[in-house]
Design a protein around this ligand. Structure first.
Ligand SMILES: Nc1ncnc2c1ncn2[C@@H]1O[C@H](COP(=O)(O)OP(=O)(O)OP(=O)(O)O)[C@@H](O)[C@H]1O
Length: 248
């Protein structure tokens, strides 16, 4: 960890689609040493927010600063090269390749960018295998990605993201569609990963958010409703009204 400084800052970020303002004047800071969760009802603007961060969408106005550099209008490939990695975006899994090969491709893509390793260097497979150990998928290393369970595929998506050496990892509902047991495993994995690098997590399950988040950013109709520690957000009257149904 590099201390508690800011890794990502957005200022007055706004995205308008025709008549809909999907992200509306959001200003927020994301610190290196904290796991930030983004919550909000359907249509709140969470996915659009991620798409703006990764360059998949260009903001209507506002600024995005990553590691002190303005990346507001940078190309997605440039943003990924800088280490702002969204798990699902880079993880079009190759169904017909093995689990190890999927991760090795990600490792190789990163290393080739630096011309460091040759294409056949065994160090690529070694690094890929280390990542599979980290996410507890070594037993599936030689399985085809298409033969994994849904939960295992989601975990492989995270492994592929790790292969690209993220400096900030964006996870978009990593537990969606998972069984309770798989969900617990992913919570454990996210807990491990957060000691290595900053994470921003979109998540619907409050049980997951409560377990892993240091801060919660609440979006509603594109606007920032709250941005604080979980215990503060859960007591926020407006958050309870619009999102938690008063049951927090
Ligand atoms: N490409 C698009 N064109 C037009 N409107 C869009 C587009 N993408 C998103 N929107 C609209 O922007 C608003 C925010 O959508 P977004 O998908 O970001 O919300 P979300 O919080 O991720 O929702 P969910 O939890 O359902 O995924 C919605 O009203 C949505 O219909």
């Amino acid at each position: 960890m590099n201390g508690g400084d800011t890794i990502l800052r957005v200022e007055n970020l706004r995205k308008q689609f025709d008549g809909i303002v999907a992200v509306d004047d959001v200003t927020a800071e994301f610190r290196r040493d904290e796991l930030h969760a983004i919550i909000g009802p359907n249509g709140a603007g969470k996915t659009t927010f991620f798409n703006l961060l990764t360059g998949a969408l260009s903001p209507t106005s506002g600024t995005i600063v990553f590691e002190g550099e303005d990346i507001t209008h940078a190309a997605p490939s440039e943003i990924a090269r800088r280490g702002l990695i969204r798990s699902y975006q880079v993880t079009k899994l190759f169904d017909g390749l093995t689990v190890l090969e999927n991760v090795a491709i990600a490792v190789q893509s990163r290393e080739n960018a630096y011309n460091f390793w040759g294409a056949t260097d065994p160090a690529i497979d070694e690094r890929a295998y280390e990542i599979l150990e980290q996410v507890d998928l070594t037993s599936k290393a030689d399985s085809l990605a298409e033969n994994l369970s849904h939960g295992e595929q989601r975990t492989l998506e995270i492994a592929v993201a790790l292969g690209t050496e993220p400096k900030l990892l964006l996870l978009d509902e990593p537990t969606s569609g998972m069984s309770p047991e798989e969900t617990r495993e992913v919570i454990g994995l996210v807990g491990d990963l957060r000691t290595e690098f900053p994470i921003i997590l979109i998540e619907h399950k409050m049980s997951v958010v409560n377990e892993v988040a240091d801060r919660i950013l609440v979006l509603h109709n594109g606007r920032k409703l709250a941005d604080d520690r979980p215990e503060v957000v859960k007591q926020d009257e407006e958050v309870r009204r619009v999102y938690l149904g008063g049951t927090a």
